[in-house]
Design a protein around this ligand. Structure first.
Ligand code: FPP
Length: 251
């Protein structure tokens, strides 16, 4: 796939929305939509890996999702266990390591254990990092970093002057991931929903009307093609970027 595309984002983050609607439209229970959505997860993981994406982060369960009906939450937690057990061999074979961002400590013990095992068994993977955002909330993540800063100041380990944007960034649960270059949201909504707000300040946003279970490798290529047309200026002007790109002959 990568030969078709000019520019591949290093870090892709996805808000996988629309599972519930996909199921309801077909007269099925909502959890069937999540199960179908897990197939799109597999396809997108493969697609990103073969395109040369280095980091893929999936919003699989938000802090706000705990308010959903208990049956749906339970089904999602079970689905994660199945995913962890079923995908481990392929992830290892493709040299993909798995990590979790958010608050994995909130998850039921059986889900936590299955994910921990997946993390350990894939830890040698160096080709791509798949991060699952679980019990994740961007504001909560920032608040936790702020609390950590306060505690380190109280213990005399750092001074207040040392707490800057970089310090906070490094102490988020995404501390070992680069900022996302491309954020994709499916399901027709155009909002952030508390996902990677601090990290996505210069990300490009691609919105798809497809429901997540309909999102496949072709949709991913479309998103990458669109990304390839974007000029990322990081606050600079277009002229400045062009000057920087030209070889310097001023000596
Ligand atoms: C949002 O759709 C989706 C979720 C809350 C869960 C996402 C989970 C999966 C895609 C499957 C499991 C994940 C992995 C990593 C195996 P929604 O239910 O809010 O959809 P709706 O807006 O149509 O109701």
């Amino acid at each position: 796939m990568s030969e078709l595309l000019q520019k591949i984002p290093r870090h892709v983050a996805i808000i996988m929305d629309g599972n519930g609607r996909w199921a309801v439209q077909r007269g099925l229970a909502r959890h069937r939509g999540h199960r179908e959505g897990a197939k799109s997860v597999r396809e997108v993981v493969r697609g990103c890996r073969s395109a040369g994406v280095q980091y893929l982060t999936l919003y699989a369960f938000s802090l706000a999702n705990w308010a959903r009906p208990k049956t749906e939450v339970t089904a999602l937690m079970r689905l994660l266990v199945h995913f962890a057990r079923r995908e481990v061999a392929e992830l290892r074979e493709r040299e993909i390591s798995v990590g979790v961002i958010g608050r994995p400590e909130d998850l039921p013990p059986v889900t936590r254990r299955a994910l921990q095992e997946l993390i350990e068994k894939t830890s040698s993977g160096t080709r791509m990092r798949l991060s699952l955002a679980l019990s994740y909330g961007g504001r909560n993540d920032i608040a936790r970093a702020a609390r950590e800063a306060a505690e380190q100041v109280r213990r005399g380990e750092i001074t207040p002057e040392q707490i800057d944007e970089g310090w906070i960034r490094a102490h988020l649960s995404t501390g070992d991931l680069p900022d996302p270059d491309l954020v994709i949201r499916t399901g027709g909504e155009q909002r952030f929903s508390d996902f990677l707000a601090y990290e996505s300040v210069y990300a490009e946003f691609f919105f798809s009307d497809l429901l997540w279970p309909q999102f496949n490798e072709t949709s991913l290529i479309e998103a990458f093609q669109w990304y390839g047309t974007r000029e990322r200026r990081f606050g600079k002007t277009s002229a400045q970027l062009q000057a920087e790109a030209e070889p310097s002959d001023s000596r």
